[in-house]
Design a binder for this molecule. Structure first.
Ligand SMILES: [Zn+2]
Length: 236
């Protein structure tokens, strides 16, 4: 890629939900392709909605079974959470006759197997659970971000990670159902993006029913200004 281009990846966690159709509609207005990190139990509860995501051209990817803190699970339970969700995702792609193009994983809460407080975040990547999970994900064929794409923090800290975090958290799970939530976050996103003239930004939002109008407003305004810079997680 050109070194001077700023690319933005849109990602939605905790999919699918009853908000998914509105989200798909908003993204089709771009049109842009996004990544949906789904929970296995949510796919099981609403299989047709998970199919809609794939049918609309987005990636349906793995966010664990029911949104556990991976630092609080045994390694065996972590593996089970990932693999049971894999089973659901594979079933979705297979039911549509599609080949799953990539395997991607995002830890619930960004909890990579160690507590995410400020202190442990600096050395947590040394813990056995973190290391075992990274190794497991790689063995299972999960693709992490490519360092060559100039990803920013937190990717710059860890070489060749097998999971995806984000570089900008909209914190939309905490928004109020008011346009001011969306506008405040939009302004701070713009500020972060203006400071960076190149590289990839991974924007985190959620596929949840909370503050729907504010989320849709955010997406509408964001895509109005930046849809040309929104890229899929993987460019073939
Ligand atoms: Zn989540």
């Amino acid at each position: 890629m050109s070194a001077l281009i700023l690319q933005r990846i849109l990602s939605f966690d905790d999919s699918p939900s009853s908000f998914t159709p509105a989200l798909l509609q908003a993204l089709s207005a771009g049109p842009v392709r996004a990544t949906f990190f789904a929970n296995g139990d949510a796919i099981q509860n609403d299989f047709p909605m998970a199919q809609e995501i794939v049918r609309a051209g987005h990636l349906l990817e793995n966010h664990g079974w029911n949104h556990q803190h991976f630092s609080e699970l045994s390694f065996a339970d972590c593996q089970r959470s990932i693999m049971d969700t894999e089973g659901q995702i594979q079933r979705v792609y297979k039911s549509l006759g599609f080949t799953r193009p990539h395997k991607v994983f995002r830890f619930p809460y960004g909890n990579q197997g160690f507590p995410q407080d400020r202190f442990t975040r600096t050395w947590g990547w040394l813990t056995p659970q973190y290391r075992a999970l990274q190794k497991f994900l790689k063995t299972q064929g999960f693709e992490g971000p490519q360092q060559s794409r100039r990803l920013r923090w937190p990717y710059s800290h860890y070489d060749r990670k097998a999971d995806w975090l984000w570089t900008f958290d909209t914190k939309d799970w905490d928004w109020l159902e008011e346009s001011s939530s969306a506008r405040t976050v939009l302004a701070s996103l713009e500020k972060q993006l203006t400071k960076r003239s190149q590289g990839q930004e991974v924007i985190l939002m959620h596929d949840q029913t909370h503050a729907c109008e504010a989320r849709l407003l955010f997406l509408h305004e964001f895509l109005n200004c930046h849809k040309d810079q929104v890229v899929p997680m993987f460019q073939e």
